[in-house]
Design a protein around this ligand. Structure first.
Ligand SMILES: *Cc1c(COP(=O)(O)O)cnc(C)c1O
Length: 389
């Protein structure tokens, strides 16, 4: 079958680099996605779930005390207030509904820290689809709370012991499951990563963030923002915020990558600031260098690659990416707690830390839109024990 490269790729990035048995599976998935994308009935059903089950629209909040401290007019897009405590459910709902429409009976997903596994378990319970989560044994042990939640919601948790017993090994296990069971199984990928169609499909399901924010800021400010900021792990919350503003060239994009202990420390997760171009997990994108150990204080940013569309945004200068070190994210975490009474996820704290830097070059009435991708309840124990002790 002839491939439509313009859909599959973002400049030189993206594509579908997979072993043969997966090629047809992904072509079918792409067809199914193209069908539901323009199907009014599907979209209406999804919109209803986003509203009644997930709690959308999320508010756009003018953080006036933080604005005063940082020196620009800061608006927070409150994805932390959504069901599940983060943006991840936008995508999980979309894919689960699609799987159901396609007649699939099983959902599978991989998870690192357990946030995406939890979102998948939620939609598994909601749709009644059988749900299996692959998680590295090391991560299961570190994330007991999420493991418990997933199992309570009826998902089967498969501990992966092969290789390094981490996220990459869980991805391999999930892909093998998909190859074996594609007839009745949908692999619910958690970010704008992997082979086509996931990067564009996940982007579209997350674009509800930017679509709402665009409308809300126009209503509240009567103008578009001067800049938009989001953290970038795989890149789904950032792409969801940015994409609906893509053609608004006056809106600058800033992405916060995890610089971990520093870009020169050998421990970070910032492939756009410091890394190389490579084919990785089915896509051409950027990944960290071989001698760098993937690390971030934020579990959800602890990923060696990045979505291919971000690699292209970086290449074409549509977005500027900055490394935010652990220490600055922790400081931003405390700022948001103290000045606004909001406990942000450590991932989102990277966006807040970058907002502080960006605001330094702005006037106090310049408008800065920041995606608050999730709430920090999951992180408070770690912060209390490891960083504030
Ligand atoms: C998973 C997660 C992220 C990182 O994922 P993206 O795909 O880069 O958005 C960011 N924030 C929170 C709260 C998360 O749970």
């Amino acid at each position: 079958m002839a491939l439509d490269n313009s859909q599959q790729t973002f400049g030189q990035f993206g594509g579908r680099y997979v072993p043969e048995p997966l090629e047809d599976v992904l072509a079918d998935l792409a067809d199914e996605y193209d069908r539901v994308k323009d199907d009014d009935e599907f979209q209406a059903e999804l919109d209803e779930l986003l509203r009644d089950f997930a709690g959308r629209p999320t508010p756009l909040y003018h953080a006036s005390r933080l604005s005063e401290k940082y020196g620009a007019k800061i608006y927070l897009k409150r994805e932390d207030l959504m069901h599940g405590g983060a943006h991840k459910l936008n995508n999980a709902l979309g894919q689960a509904l699609m799987a159901k429409h396609a007649g699939k009976e099983r959902l599978i997903a991989e998870t690192g820290a357990g946030q995406h596994g939890t979102a998948t378990a939620i939609v598994g319970a909601l749709t009644g689809l059988e749900t299996e989560i692959y998680q590295g044994k090391k991560d299961v042990e570190r994330q007991q709370m999420n493991a418990f939640r997933m199992e309570q919601m009826g998902a089967t948790l498969n501990e992966v012991t092969r290789g390094g017993a981490g996220l990459a090994d869980a991805v391999d296990a999930a892909l093998e499951d998909l190859i074996e069971n594609f007839d009745n199984t949908h692999y619910l990928v958690g970010s704008v990563v992997g082979p086509d169609p996931w990067p564009r499909m996940v982007r579209d399901f997350q674009s509800v963030i930017g679509e709402e924010a665009r409308e809300q800021i126009l209503e509240q400010e009567g103008a578009l923002p001067d800049a938009a900021v989001a953290c970038v792990g795989g890149g789904s919350n950032a792409m969801g915020l940015f994409h609906p503003f893509y053609d608004d060239e006056e809106v600058d994009f800033h992405g916060a990558e995890a610089a971990g202990k520093g870009l020169d420390s050998g421990q970070h997760a910032a492939p756009l600031s410091s890394g190389k171009e490579e084919v990785y997990q089915g896509m051409r994108t950027r990944v960290i260098d071989d001698d760098v150990e993937v690390h971030s204080v934020a579990a959800g940013l602890d990923y060696p690659g990045v979505g291919p569309e971000h690699a292209n945004y970086s290449e074409t200068d549509r977005c500027s990416y900055h490394g935010v070190v652990d220490e600055d994210a922790l400081e931003a975490f405390q700022d948001l707690c103290e000045y606004e009474g909001i406990v942000p996820a450590l991932e989102s704290s990277h966006a807040v830390a970058l907002a502080k830097q960006v605001a330094e070059d702005m006037d106090e009435d310049d408008v800065l839109l920041v995606n608050l991708s999730g709430r920090g309840d999951k992180d408070v124990e770690k912060i209390a024990n490891e960083y504030l002790a």
